[in-house]
Design a binder for this molecule. Structure first.
Ligand code: XIL
Length: 300
């Protein structure tokens, strides 16, 4: 196959990218994105601050721009993200207790209602676990509403759009030996045991020198999948852009039937949230295919 999306489709998987609505007027960007990818995540446009700038007043202008571009070009969409400690609207940040809990529920209902039946998978909860060795939850206003906030978010999400797969998404849960990975694993196991609706785990997979790719990544993917959830690689970028590491990531996903797709977090290096100097993506800042691109295509 000659594109990432078509190559991934040979095994029933997808290959996606993050799309920024502000770049949709850049024809080099849209040409590459349209040609290579068959799944789209809005880089910022479906987050809490973008979609509910005032309480109960929803704004889907940016989200719809990304959604419509994707669907008009034959791509599916991952929803990102409904409940997160970051990129909350200003009005939500100081909230606490039952009013914040209700605001979270209203937000999930409002956003998922707008996109009902149109989203492949939602990152219902993003980055709720702590870094470091605790294996526990991250402190946040949402966490302080009570430890059950994550399962409430998932139950709300299932009712709001029964057609969407519901994912828990996080970074630094790629390395099987890390406490954070085990913390998330234990939560998913508990959710499955108690019937809390969860369908997938998103491994962001932002790899850099502090959190490098480790060969136990395949064990992580296999272990989550064995709990009865799909695994998606949701925000892949690799600082320095090692072709070998990119190929390892693809091979690890392909080794696990329930690893259903890979999304890279941007198109060209110049589009990366890490800055072009990190060179973490598959196309250089001029839109040329990098060695990592060829490695991924050959591995798919
Ligand atoms: C990043 C975007 O790429 C940036 O444009 C924005 O300024 C901050 O958020 N984990 C996530 C993504 O789940 O939403 C983040 O995206 C990157 C880290």
């Amino acid at each position: 196959e000659s594109t990432l999306g078509a190559a991934a489709a040979q095994s029933g998987r997808y290959f996606g990218t993050a799309i920024a609505s502000g770049r949709l007027g850049d024809s080099q960007y849209t040409t590459i994105a349209n040609r290579e990818f068959n799944m789209v995540t809005a880089e910022n446009e479906m987050k809490m601050d973008a979609t509910e700038p005032n309480p109960g007043q929803f704004n889907f202008s940016g989200g719809d721009r990304v959604y419509n571009w994707a669907v008009q070009n034959g791509k599916r969409v991952r929803g990102h993200t409904l409940a997160w400690h970051s990129q909350q609207p200003n009005w939500m940040r100081p909230m606490e207790g039952s009013s914040l809990r209700q605001a979270m529920i209203n937000h999930i209902n409002g956003v998922m209602g707008h996109y009902k039946g149109k989203i492949y998978a939602w990152d219902v909860v993003n980055e709720a676990f702590a870094d470091g060795n605790s294996g526990g939850r991250r402190d946040s206003n949402l966490q302080r509403t009570g430890n059950d906030w994550i399962e409430v978010a998932f139950r709300t999400a299932r009712a709001a759009d029964p057609a969407a797969k519901l994912c828990y998404n996080d970074y630094n849960i790629d390395n099987w030996s890390w406490a954070k990975t085990q913390g998330v694993y234990n939560m998913v196991r508990d959710f499955k045991a108690r019937g809390v609706p969860i369908d997938c785990v998103g491994l962001q997979s932002h790899f850099n020198s502090n959190s490098p790719y480790n060969s136990n990544y395949r064990t992580t993917i296999q272990s989550f999948a064995a709990l009865g959830v799909d695994v998606q690689i949701t925000e892949l970028d690799i600082q320095g852009g090692s072709a070998t590491t990119y190929a390892n990531v693809v091979n690890d996903c392909l080794a696990v039937p329930r690893c259903t797709g890979i999304t890279v977090w941007g198109v060209r290096d110049s589009d990366s949230w890490l800055g072009a100097g990190a060179a973490p993506l598959l196309f250089d800042s001029n839109g040329n295919k990098k060695p990592a691109y060829t490695a991924v295509l050959n591995a798919l």
